[in-house]
Design a protein around this ligand. Structure first.
Ligand code: PEP
Ligand code: MG
Length: 619
C-alpha cells in the first residue's frame, strides 16, 4: 500500500474515518495506522502475538544465617541450569541460522560467568542474609544503571543482554520454570517493545509471519534476522506496542514501514489486493531470473547483491545475482565479543568466494562506526558518530585491524575473483595510504608463500560530497567506484538516514543528488573507471531509470529486490533514460523531478510505477 494513500492530508486516521462510516459497527476496535522504519520487505496480514519481557516480581526476604550457604548453592545451581539452557539455544540457533548469529549468545555467556556478578550476589546473601533472587536483582540493577548513565548505544544493547540473563536466572530461583514460553502456536506477527536476540532466536520460525517492534533500526538484530529469515519487519514504531494485544489483527507492510492495527474491512481488502498484486508481480518477476539485466536497446547492466552475512549468498544466487557488489563485513565483527582473527576472517571470505562459484565478490573493508558499533572497539561514545571515527578513518588509525583484514581478503582471493573497496573516502591521500598498506600486505604474503591474486581490483565508495567533488582525481587512483547513496544522501542533504522525524527530507531525486551522481558518473567515464551503485536508491524504479540514464554500469541491492530492478531495466531504453536525465537536470526541485520521472515510468512500465511511489516515500 502506498504510504501516500494512508497519509492523505497528513492525517493518519483519514482512512480509518472513511472506513468507519462504511463499517458502521460500534463494537469493532478502532483502526490505528503507525509508521516506523522498513527493516525487511514484504506485506502480511495476520494475528498479533505480543512478546513482553515478563516483569517478574522479586520478593525481598531474609534467609537465616545458617541457610545462607544453602541459598548460595541454590544461586550457583540456577546459574548452571541457565548456562545449559543458553548453550542449547545457541546450538539450535547455529543449526537454524549459522554460527554468526549464534555468536550473539557469547555475550550472554560472559555475563553469566562474570566473577563480579557472582561474587557480589554471594556476598549480599552472606552479609545481608538476602534471598538469592533479591541479591541478584540489586547487583544487576546497579550495573544496568551505571551502563545507562554512559549513554552509549552499544552499551544500551549490552544492558538488554544483561537483563535477559537476569530474567532467566530469576525464573530458576523463583521456580517460574521457563514461564509460559512466549511462543506463538499459530502463524503470527510478533509484536514487542524490543526483542532481545535470545527472544528472537527462541521463537518457533514456522509461526513467525513478521516482526513489529517499537525500538530498533535497520541494523538492529531483529532487522538483520528478519532479512535472513525472509519475513517482513517494521522497527522503530516508537510507542506502538501498548496499542496492540495478542489476537488483534495487524497488517504489516515491510515495504513501506507501516502497520495497521485492527484494519477495517476496506483497509483489509485494499491490502489483500496489494498482497495479491505483489505476489503475482513477484511471480512474474521471478520468471526473469535467467534473463540479463539489459535495456530494450541492449545496454547491459550488471546486477549484483548486497549482503550482510555469508548465509545470504544462497538467496543472492536464487534471485539471479551476477556477483556480490557489496559484502558489508561489519556484521561479522559486531556479532563477536572480540576481534575476529585472520583465520576466522579468511574462512568467512573464502566460503563466500567459493559459494559464488567464479562470480565476482566485492568485499568492503570494515565500515565500523556511525550506527555500526562493536563495543570492544568503541569504548567512548562520540557526539556525532556518523561524522566521526568511521570507515577508512578508523582503519587508518587502527592499522593492526586493517592489516589483519587485508591479509584475510588477499588470502581469500586465491579462491575466486575478489574485489575490494574502501568506505567513507573524503580525499586522495586516504586512498594512497590505504593502497600502500595493501602493497605491503601483498609483499608480506608473497614472501610467506601464500597464494594470492596480486591484481585484486581496488575501488572506493563514493558516499561523501567531498569524494564527488574530487571524483576526477580519485578516479586516477582506483579501479572502480561504487556509489553509496545511503550515506551520500545523508551527508549531502544533512539528513540523518535513521531519523524518522526528518525522513521526508531524505530525497533520492533531489536536484543536488542528481547533479552529484552525474559528476561522479562523468568523472568515472572520463577516466575509464567503471561506476557502480550499491545504495538502496537503485531499487526504487523511479531512481533506477535515472541511474540507467546517468550511465551507471552496475547496480547492487538486497538479493530479493534484484528481479524488480531487472524488470525496470528491461522496460526502458538507454536512449530514452539519457533524454530523461537531460530534462530533469534542468529542473530545480524534487517535486518537479519526481513528476517528470513518474510520468515517464507510468508510461513505460505501469506495473513498476505501482511500487515506485510507496518505496519513494517510505524509508
Ligand atoms: C551506502 O552508504 O549507500 C552503502 C551502501 O553503505 P552502508 O549502507 O553500509 O552505509
Ligand atoms: Mg555507506
Amino acid at each position: 500500500m502506498k504510504t501516500e494513500d494512508l497519509k492523505s492530508n497528513g492525517d493518519e486516521d483519514v482512512l480509518a474515518k472513511t472506513n468507519r462510516d462504511q463499517n458502521n459497527s460500534e463494537s469493532r476496535k478502532r483502526e490505528i495506522i503507525r509508521y516506523g522504519i522498513s527493516a525487511a520487505p514484504g506485506i502480511v496480514i495476520g494475528t498479533a502475538f505480543v512478546v513482553d519481557s515478563q516483569v517478574l516480581r522479586v520478593p525481598r526476604t531474609r534467609v537465616s544465617q545458617d541457610r545462607a550457604e544453602a541459598e548460595i548453592v541454590r544461586f550457583q545451581e540456577a546459574l548452571d541450569i541457565t548456562r545449559g539452557e543458553l548453550l542449547q539455544i545457541k546450538s539450535d540457533l547455529a543449526d537454524q541460522l549459522g554460527d554468526d548469529h549464534a555468536k550473539i549468545f557469547d555475550a550472554h555467556m560472559l555475563i553469566l560467568d562474570d566473577v563480579m556478578v557472582k561474587e557480589s550476589t554471594e556476598s549480599l546473601i552472606r552479609a545481608e542474609s538476602y534471598n538469592a533472587a533479591w541479591a541478584l536483582d540489586i547487583v544487576i540493577s546497579k550495573i544496568v544503571t551505571s551502563l545507562g548513565n554512559i549513554g552509549d548505544e552499544y552499551l544500551k544493547d549490552r544492558s538488554a543482554d544483561i537483563l535477559d540473563v537476569k530474567q532467566r536466572v530469576l525464573r530458576k530461583l523463583l521456580g517460574i520454570e521457563s514461564e509460559h514460553r512466549q511462543n506463538p502456536t499459530e502463524p503470527s506477527i510478533i509484536v514487542a517493545h524490543e526483542l532481545s536476540p535470545s527472544e528472537t532466536a527462541q521463537l518457533d520460525r514456522r509461526y513467525v509471519l513478521g516482526y513489529a517492534t517499537d525500538l530498533g533500526g535497520r541494523t538492529s538484530h531483529t532487522a538483520i534476522m528478519a532479512r535472513s529469515q525472509g519475513v517482513p519487519a517494521v522497527v522503530g514504531l516508537e510507542d506502538t506496542r501498548p496499542l496492540i494485544e495478542t489476537g488483534d489483527t495487524v497488517v504489516l507492510d515491510g515495504n513501506c514501514g507501516t502497520i495497521v492495527i485492527n484494519p477495517l474491512d476496506g483497509t483489509r481488502e485494499t491490502y489483500e489486493k496489494e498482497i495479491e498484486h505483489w505476489r503475482q508481480f513477484e511471480e512474474q518477476l521471478l520468471t526473469l531470473t535467467g534473463y540479463p539485466a539489459e535495456t530494450l536497446d541492449h545496454r547491459k547492466i550488471e546486477l549484483m547483491a548486497n549482503i550482510d552475512l555469508p548465509e545470504e549468498v544462497a538467496s543472492a544466487l536464487d534471485y539471479g545475482a551476477e556477483g556480490v557488489g557489496l559484502f558489508r563485513t561489519e556484521y561479522f565483527f559486531i556479532a563477536q565479543d572480540q576481534l575476529p582473527t585472520e583465520e576466522e576472517q579468511y574462512r568467512v571470505y573464502r566460503t563466500l568466494v567459493e559459494k559464488m562459484k567464479g562470480k565476482p565478490v566485492t568485499i568492503r573493508v570494515l565500515d565500523i562506526g556511525g550506527d555500526k558499533i562493536a563495543g570492544y572497539l568503541h569504548n567512548s561514545p562520540e557526539l556525532n558518530p556518523f561524522m566521526g571515527w568511521r570507515g577508512i578513518r578508523f582503519l587508518l588509525t587502527r592499522k593492526d585491524i586493517f592489516k589483519t583484514q587485508l591479509r584475510a581478503i588477499y588470502r581469500a582471493s586465491a579462491h575466486g575473483p575478489v574485489r575490494m573497496m574502501f568506505p567513507l573516502i573524503v580525499g586522495v591521500d586516504e586512498v594512497v595510504q590505504a593502497k600502500k598498506i595493501c602493497e605491503e600486505i601483498k609483499h608480506e604474503l608473497t614472501l610467506a608463500r601464500y597464494k594470492i591474486d596480486p591484481d585484486v581490483e581496488i575501488g572506493i565508495m563514493i558516499e561523501t560530497p567531498s569524494a564527488v567533488v574530487l571524483a576526477n582525481a580519485l578516479a586516477k587512483e582506483v579501479d572502480f567506484f561504487s556509489i553509496g547513496t545511503n550515506d551520500l544522501i545523508q551527508y549531502t542533504m544533512a539528513v540523518d538516514r535513521g531519523n524518522t522525524k526528518i525522513s521526508h527530507l531524505y530525497q533520492h531525486l533531489h536536484p543536488s543528488i542528481i547533479r552529484f551522481l552525474k559528476m561522479t558518473a562523468d568523472s568515472a567515464r572520463k577516466n575509464g573507471v567503471p561506476a557502480a551503485i550499491c545504495g538502496e536508491m537503485c531499487v526504487d524504479p523511479m531512481s533506477a531509470v535515472v541511474l540507467v540514464g546517468l550511465g551507471l554500469e552496475e547496480f547492487s541491492c538486497s538479493p530479493n529486490l534484484i528481479p524488480e530492478v531487472k524488470k525496470t531495466i528491461r522496460s526502458v531504453t538507454f536512449d530514452e533514460c539519457k533524454t530523461l536525465v537531460k530534462k530533469i537536470l534542468k529542473l530545480s526541485t524534487t517535486d518537479k523531478i519526481e513528476k517528470r520521472v513518474w510520468t515517464f515510468l507510468k508510461e513505460r512500465c505501469p506495473d513498476l510505477s505501482m511500487f515506485a511511489e510507496g518505496k519513494q516515500h517510505g524509508k
